[in-house]
Write a protein that binds this ligand. Structure first.
Ligand code: HEC
Length: 173
């Protein structure tokens, strides 16, 4: 009798362990679980049904709609970026030059404008940041661009708009 109840307790214990392991494996495989997607999506302020949500689509739906002038500026910046900068730069990854995402957190417009117009002049002025980034990229010359302040500002607006998108996608994952 005593022996039997110990055996019973052992089998129940084993069963619990097996169930626990099984559940852990299943939840690791994403088959069952605590709807982690719901939590993350809610954090993004997205809400709505969470099954099979395509994060990119969510962002597109929830991206702050740009108003007329802003949208026009970003579109102009997009074209200028593709025509002048994209062969060496991407917003979120290093290509020939550094990733330009977050640029306005690193450098003020008063630095960015003269840099794009003539980076060697900024390097020659002894500007610490310019010298450092120039050396880091093996003293590769970035071409001087005959772009207006307005055009460069629109490129920066485009960079910022892209950066927001990628951050939102990262947050939705
Ligand atoms: C031929 C390649 C090339 C092109 C085209 C180019 N860049 Fe660059 N860029 C670089 C390199 C290389 C660096 C790194 C600094 C250096 O070597 O002088 C750089 C650095 C920069 C930096 C400093 C980045 C940082 O994070 O500090 C900015 C801003 C920048 N480029 C903007 C632009 C913009 C805007 C355009 C288009 C109008 C452009 N670049 C076109 C190669 C290029």
């Amino acid at each position: 009798m005593r022996f039997n109840s110990v055996g019973f307790a052992l089998s129940v214990g084993m069963l619990l362990v097996v169930v626990l392991i099984g559940f852990t494996l299943l939840s690791a495989a994403g088959l069952v679980g605590f709807a982690a997607d719901d939590v993350e999506v809610a954090q993004c302020g997205v809400g709505g049904p969470s099954d099979n949500v395509n994060p990119v689509q969510l962002i597109a739906e929830n991206a702050k709609p740009l108003t007329g002038p802003e949208a026009a500026e970003v579109a102009a910046g997009d074209a200028l970026f593709k025509g002048n900068c994209a062969q060496c730069h991407a917003v979120n990854e290093q290509v020939v030059g550094p990733a330009l995402g977050g640029l306005t957190n690193r450098r003020p417009m008063s630095w960015i404008l003269p840099w794009v117009k003539n980076s060697s002049k900024v390097v020659a002025s002894g500007d610490e940041y310019a010298v450092a980034v120039f050396n880091k990229f093996n003293k590769q010359q970035i071409p001087s661009f005959a772009l207006s302040d307005k055009e460069i500002t629109s490129i920066v607006a485009y960079i910022n708009s892209q950066e927001g998108t990628s951050m939102a996608i990262a947050a939705a994952h």
